[in-house]
Ligand binder design. Structure first.
Ligand SMILES: Cc1cc2nc3c(=O)[nH]c(=O)nc-3n(C[C@H](O)[C@H](O)[C@H](O)COP(=O)(O)O)c2cc1C
Length: 202
């Protein structure tokens, strides 16, 4: 076994080990609105469930040279955002939104995504997702160093689910119907592969 001390690695070396080993990662496509009213969209794979009661999700958004990304600034200002599950149908379009645009330009327009009004919050979602969640800001943490935090961990509470009819049956999401796509390292993605069952011991 190789023994690697992250303290002796560069940030990029640690990044490659983390994103190459913590796989597959689900991808959230997040819409948020700036104080000037620009609808912003970006994908994030440092994304997961935090709690079911109440329903909460997390996003970890890296800073570049200490600067918060537009998504973080928008969420901290408006306290609202929408999380969409990235799937086989929308992944190519959503990849386009990862371009670093200035805050006054909308990635949603760039990627030809279709904004749709939300039910409980004022931030719109987009139509091109089989599943989306309206979220309100719950908590944030600046992590990774006192004066120069490396990332912002955002926790959001889900206040509304939107689920396409034909992927939802008996209270369960059909994983094949959803067709979620996950992120590996580099430019690689994965689809849901073989599904198998293991019964939990009592
Ligand atoms: C599939 C995918 C997953 C990504 N995951 C993350 C992530 O978890 N955290 C992060 O900070 N950036 C991530 N990025 C990069 C952001 O999407 C990118 O920096 C984007 O421009 C940020 O947009 P914003 O400045 O409008 O918030 C990811 C990009 C792609 C294509």
């Amino acid at each position: 076994m190789l023994l690697i001390d992250p303290a002796h690695n560069t940030e990029r070396e640690n990044y490659k080990i983390l994103i190459g080993s913590i796989i597959p990662r689900p991808i959230a496509f997040v819409t948020s609105v700036s104080s000037e009213g620009v609808l912003n969209g970006a994908p994030f794979s440092f994304f997961n469930v935090v709690s079911a009661n109440p329903p909460m999700i997390s996003l970890s958004i890296q800073r570049s040279s200490g600067r918060q990304k537009d998504t973080v600034r928008n969420i901290l200002e408006s306290k609202q955002f929408v999380v969409h599950i990235v799937d086989e149908k929308n992944v190519e379009m959503i990849n386009k939104t990862a371009a670093s645009l200035p805050p006054d330009q909308s990635e949603i327009e760039l990627a030809d995504l279709t904004p749709v009004e939300s039910v409980k919050i004022s931030v719109p979602g987009v139509k091109e997702a089989k599943m989306r969640m309206e979220c309100v800001f719950e908590h944030s943490l600046e992590l990774g160093g006192g004066e120069t935090p490396g990332c912002d961990l955002i926790i959001g509470k889900v206040v509304q689910f939107h689920i396409e009819n034909d992927i939802y049956e008996n209270g369960r999401i059909d994983p094949r119907g959803l067709g979620a796509v996950s992120r590996l390292a580099g430019n690689y993605y994965a689809k849901i592969g073989d599904i198998f069952e293991i019964k939990r011991p009592k």
